[in-house]
Design a protein around this ligand. Structure first.
Ligand SMILES: C[S@@+](CC[C@H](N)C(=O)[O-])C[C@H]1O[C@@H](n2cnc3c(N)ncnc32)[C@H](O)[C@@H]1O
Length: 246
């Protein structure tokens, strides 16, 4: 197992070998990688059908393919200081059984799997390419025994988690309020959940896939405030730590 400073340094140095993992997993040549990453955000936004989408989750299961891997990889590389702060935050709280819901390209799940305080990480993501990519990365990084991969929380078959990580996911769900109700049910009184959200489609509709409906957002905050108590942390980022209101 590696210590926290070493894990952070590895992320800041090379995002846990992200570029080489991308090249091998997606069969991209080194000379094409920078262009692939540079266009990733625009490609993902252009793919979204806007109001024509019947079911929000179809976008992540049927449409994005490997484009979300590309978009998330570009973001984690270009915003590495911000992502490193979210890793510092999870290092304060993560322990024992961890659920990473909507884990994307696996940065947080892999870092948690490297931690000696964590017994096992359950990586849940609706997108099959993301799950396969993170499974591939876990093997490359030698932490595969500490990770399991599922499409839904039900498949995990664990009734209580000590830590829940749900970062940059709630705004992608049609009903974020019911999702945090599910999280509440699978937490103990001393479990901690880390949540953030960005209910905004962007100045120029850069994030057409984000939910921004006023009623949905209001319902989310009412549920959050009725079920969770914030636990202070000193890291200056929007992600918040919560325990259950017992
Ligand atoms: C913006 S990414 C965030 C990834 C990662 N948590 C991070 O911070 O980099 C949102 C992720 O949520 C996943 N997702 C969207 N809807 C989901 C759902 N209903 N259940 C599980 N995962 C979902 C997507 O496939 C994607 O990997």
């Amino acid at each position: 197992m590696k210590n926290n400073s070493f894990i952070l340094k590895e992320f800041l140095d090379n995002a846990f070998n992200l570029k080489s993992h991308l090249m091998e997993f997606l069969s991209i040549k080194e000379c094409d990688l920078d262009g692939f990453l540079a266009n990733a955000k625009m490609n993902l936004a252009n793919l979204h059908p806007g109001d024509d989408l019947n079911d929000v989750s179809d976008f992540y299961t049927e449409m994005v393919g490997d484009r979300h891997v590309a978009d998330l990889a570009a973001w984690h590389i270009t915003s590495k200081d911000y992502i490193a702060d979210t890793l510092k935050l999870q290092q304060r709280f993560s322990r024992d059984l961890v659920l990473d819901f909507g884990g994307g390209i696996g940065t947080h799940a892999l870092a948690n799997a490297m931690s000696s305080k964590v017994e096992h990480v359950f990586f849940v993501d609706i997108n099959q390419t993301n799950r396969k990519f993170v499974e591939f990365r876990a093997k490359k990084l030698g932490v595969e025994k500490k990770l399991s991969f599922c499409k839904t929380i039900k498949e995990v078959q664990i009734s209580k988690f000590d830590t829940i990580i749900c970062l940059d996911v709630l705004e992608h769900l049609s009903d974020p309020s019911s999702q945090i109700e599910v999280f509440n049910e699978i937490m103990d009184s001393d479990s901690i959940a880390l949540f953030n959200w960005y209910f905004y489609k962007g100045e120029k509709n850069e994030y057409p896939f984000h939910i921004d409906d006023v009623k949905v957002v209001e319902k989310f905050f009412k549920t959050l405030q009725s079920m969770f108590l914030e636990v202070f942390h000193p890291i200056l980022i929007t992600t918040r730590a919560y325990k259950k209101i017992s």
